[in-house]
Design a protein around this ligand. Structure first.
Ligand code: HEC
Ligand code: HEC
Ligand code: HEC
Ligand code: HEC
Ligand code: HEC
Length: 287
């Protein structure tokens, strides 16, 4: 009986099997790459906003604080985008005829809000909130990058699960005193630039009860903002309750930090940061 398939077709079959395998693998790799690509994550993209609003001009140039416009960031899940009224506070007087600002005037005249395009947008099945991060010592720049240097807003990080988990598994490297949350250039303490911290309340400490200063509180003439009016200088170990400061305990003593590792360890315990296991459990972000 004549062979229907000759020997070479056997090799061909094997070859096509291998080829199919290779195609499947490379498709997988390609999809994975695509999944992480800026095209999918929108990382680095600057959408065409109705107004080319510059954070660089308004933050770095004019010295406006983030919370002047994003008023809810410390209190709510959403930081919020400012209403037209916030722009009009200044632009009723400044650049009143600029073509660039026509949409602001239109919006103010008609009452229709400006249609900003969202730059950051997590899927709905992910739970995220700003207040806990901000109140537990994570600065805006740790997640959004140097916003003060952005002429146009873009997403600095992927916002993918991996990125969130990377910090949740080891938050200490990112923890800073809450007074430095809005400091875009914060780089952590070093031996050149130490930080002194002290807890102002015993028990139930929250991030707000930890005060940190960047100059030696032991030296003369250094004022500690939260203790204005206190007769004892900071650095003294005695604690007392004072008239206007009822219930507030004068800092026991300041501790000096010269590395982020040490400061991170200290803040982790002061802020009562949960364990990496708890912070990485699925229910934390998917509830
Ligand atoms: C004068 C008001 C103003 C100030 C001050 C300001 N912002 Fe904004 N911010 C805006 C407006 C308007 C938008 C929406 C337009 C855009 O995305 O550029 C925005 C958008 C953003 C977004 C992206 C929102 C999105 O769509 O995902 C982030 C992040 C942000 N701001 C962070 C900051 C940080 C951090 C600071 C302080 C360093 C700051 N902003 C200061 C007005 C302001
Ligand atoms: C505290 C006052 C103040 C507020 C609030 C403010 N601006 Fe401005 N804005 C200015 C000043 C001053 C300039 C001119 C800056 C320059 O030329 O360096 C300016 C410039 C601009 C420009 C021209 C381009 C540029 O960046 O130089 C645009 C567009 C603009 N602002 C949009 C907005 C929008 C939109 C809002 C509201 C979300 C807003 N501004 C809120 C003060 C303000
Ligand atoms: C732990 C990371 C993290 C920190 C810290 C953080 N953000 Fe965000 N921010 C995000 C994420 C993630 C989103 C997208 C949220 C969404 O899509 O629901 C976002 C969105 C925003 C938006 C868009 C409006 C909104 O609320 O969705 C603004 C404005 C903003 N952030 C400002 C700030 C400012 C100002 C600070 C500092 C005080 C800050 N963020 C700190 C991660 C962070
Ligand atoms: C730079 C560090 C950092 C990044 C990035 C980060 N987180 Fe967090 N996250 C923290 C810290 C610190 C806490 C507070 C932990 C505590 O209080 O125990 C926290 C707490 C949380 C909580 C608990 C809130 C609650 O009320 O219990 C949620 C949810 C959360 N993060 C979601 C996210 C998501 C989603 C992302 C990514 C889009 C993200 N985080 C990115 C540091 C980070
Ligand atoms: C710190 C917050 C955080 C924790 C903890 C977390 N996730 Fe996610 N997860 C996210 C974010 C953010 C996304 C959205 C990713 C995106 O948009 O690409 C996501 C997406 C997903 C998706 C959709 C598919 C994908 O990968 O994009 C699945 C499935 C998922 N998570 C499962 C889990 C499971 C299972 C756990 C527990 C082992 C878990 N997640 C823990 C933040 C978290």
């Amino acid at each position: 009986m004549a062979q229907v398939f000759d020997r070479s077709s056997n090799a061909l079959a094997r070859f096509s099997l291998v080829l199919t395998g290779l195609i499947v693998i490379s498709l997988g790799v390609a999809l994975d790459q695509l999944q992480r690509s800026p095209w999918v994550t929108r990382q680095g993209q600057r959408p065409d906003q109705p107004i080319p609003f510059s954070h660089k001009h308004h933050v770095e140039g004019l010295g406006l604080q983030c919370q002047y416009c994003h008023v809810q960031v410390e209190k709510a899940a959403y930081a919020g985008i400012p209403p037209t009224k916030t722009c009009i506070n200044c632009h009723a007087q400044i650049w009143t005829n600029a073509q660039l600002l026509e949409p602001v005037r239109q919006s103010w005249a008609t009452g229709a809000s400006i249609q900003w395009i969202r730059v950051h947008d997590l899927p709905d099945y992910v739970y995220f909130n700003h207040d806990i991060h901000v109140n537990k010592g994570i600065g805006c720049a740790s997640c959004h990058g140097r916003v003060d240097e952005m002429p146009l807003m873009y997403q600095q990080n992927t916002l993918q699960m991996e990125w969130c988990l990377n910090c949740h598994r080891n938050p200490a490297v990112n923890l800073r005193p809450v007074a430095e949350i809005y400091n875009m250039a914060w780089a952590g303490p070093s031996s050149d630039k130490p930080v002194w911290c002290s807890s102002t309340t015993k028990g139930g400490a929250t991030a707000q009860n930890v005060s940190c200063v960047s100059s030696d509180p032991g030296k003369n003439g250094v004022e500690v903002a939260s203790l204005e009016g206190a007769p004892e200088g900071p650095g003294k170990t005695k604690s007392s309750t004072l008239g206007p400061l009822m219930g507030v305990t004068v800092p026991a003593s300041y501790q000096k930090f010269t590395s982020q590792a040490d400061l991170g360890k200290y803040l982790t315990s002061q802020y009562h940061i949960r364990t990496p296991n708890e912070l990485s459990s699925c229910e934390t972000c998917h509830r």
